[in-house]
Design a protein around this ligand. Structure first.
Ligand code: HGY
Ligand code: MN
Ligand code: MN
Length: 402
């Protein structure tokens, strides 16, 4: 709740985007919380806030627990924040019981998990796994500024990204507590979820070039209307998202559209459409990406438009570590709940950390399955129970030979 008071002025809901002043203030608060909890806090060149607690055996690799504290536009107060605040609370309790853990414990607030104006998400967790590339840093937003510039301006050191790298196999495990952002737990009457697999996401930026013309004097059959082409792609995205293949399915969203010159009396010359496809089934994801490209080609030829599909990111589904899933199910039971195993339609920093370490996630319920909106809500007792399960999971994973 305290974090949610730090939001961007004049923005609806709870908005705290990665390059905003509100985010800068909120990270100062998270840093203070980490310090009060007894952690040694550093900010790495990629902007990851890392609080460290020594373990009984400093030779052992760290057990890392994290999430994010940035939001989408007009977002809620729980997506990411629950995982960060609960992780700090877990560390505070363990710091008060010196020697409780064998492994060092790192608590991480990853930079910019949500997609930003450069069209790329998970900046901090990509960086530590070596997947925030020079091409990414060169991505430009509508103002022409580059991601590298934005990182520099916000106090990060993108030229030193190599030094943020967590080598492959250098962690004992990575755990993340998060709200479900869906309604399966609520429908099943369960309080704790153990994630089986994190959906893969394919994100496309589709540039549609037509021709500006006078809206009053240009006959309909002479128009090259970029927005009409975009509209066909938007409706086609829904058709693609509804495709079922055997028992495989997924979702598709056309969530962002820019129109130029965006004037009522000019035939739209250009449209920029962002589409994302998600599924826990790799084949479905690949086939639907092909469908989208085929549709783009058809719209281009039938409307004499230039349509370019750029895949900004293509991430495969990420299974959670089966050993950790078993341990976390027992941890959830030890705090008196009956856990539910379920996939995550939302993506998380954990999906990137999976490249270098075994990962697992715990979910708490989202009321009415709502998220990425001001109505996002989890009851305080649900958050507390999630933190208890996370504490038990940290103790159990610390003691496990993985
Ligand atoms: O979009 C997502 O899945 C995540 O909430 N950033
Ligand atoms: Mn989110
Ligand atoms: Mn999130």
């Amino acid at each position: 709740m305290e974090l949610s008071t730090l939001v961007e002025d004049g923005q609806p809901g709870w908005t705290r985007r990665v390059f905003s002043d509100a985010y800068k203030q909120s990270r100062a608060l998270v840093k203070t919380m980490m310090q009060v909890a007894g952690l040694a806090v550093t900010l790495d060149p990629a902007g990851n806030l890392i609080g460290k607690l020594g373990g009984g055996d400093p030779e052992l690799p760290p057990l890392v627990v994290g999430s994010h504290s940035d939001t989408v536009s007009a977002g809620g107060r729980f997506d990411g924040m629950v995982g960060v605040v609960a992780a700090v609370e877990v560390a505070r309790i363990l710091a008060g019981h010196g020697g409780a853990l064998r492994h060092p414990l790192w608590i991480v607030d990853f930079l910019g998990e949500e997609p930003n104006q450069f069209g790329i998400s998970c900046l901090g967790s990509r960086a530590v796994t070596g997947h925030l590339t020079a091409e990414h840093l060169a991505l430009r937003d509508e103002t022409g500024a580059s991601l590298g510039d934005a990182l520099r301006t916000s106090g990060c050191r993108p030229d030193e990204l190599a030094s943020t790298r967590w080598p492959d196999g250098s962690l004992h495990a990575y755990l993340e507590l998060h709200i479900e952002q869906g309604a399966r737990l609520e429908r099943a009457g369960r309080q704790i979820g153990v994630v089986t697999c994190i959906a893969g996401i394919s994100r496309a930026s589709i540039d549609i070039e037509g021709r500006a013309d006078h809206a009053g004097t240009t006959p309909m059959d002479l128009r090259r209307d970029a927005l009409q082409g975009a509209a066909e792609l938007v409706l086609g995205t829904e058709v693609i998202g509804r495709v079922q293949e055997a028992d495989e399915d997924g979702v598709a969203t056309a969530g962002r559209l820019l129109v130029e010159p965006n004037s009522t009396n000019v035939v739209p010359a250009r449209a920029l459409l962002n589409v994302e496809l998600r599924s826990v089934f790799e084949t479905w994801l690949r086939n639907r990406s092909t469908d989208l490209e085929t549709l783009a080609g058809r719209v281009a030829s039938s409307r004499s438009l230039a349509v370019t599909v750029q895949w900004v990111s293509q991430g495969d589904p990420v299974p959670c570590d089966p050993r950790l899933r078993r341990i976390l199910s027992q941890s959830a039971a030890r705090v008196g709940t009956v856990p539910l195993e379920l996939p995550s339609g939302a993506s998380h920093d954990a999906a990137h950390i999976a490249r270098i370490a075994p990962i697992a996630m715990l979910f708490i319920p989202s009321r009415d399955g709502r998220s990425h909106c001001p109505e996002e809500w989890s009851d305080p007792w649900e958050v507390t129970l999630g933190a208890k399960a996370l504490l038990q999971a940290v103790l159990d994973v610390d003691g496990a030979a993985l």
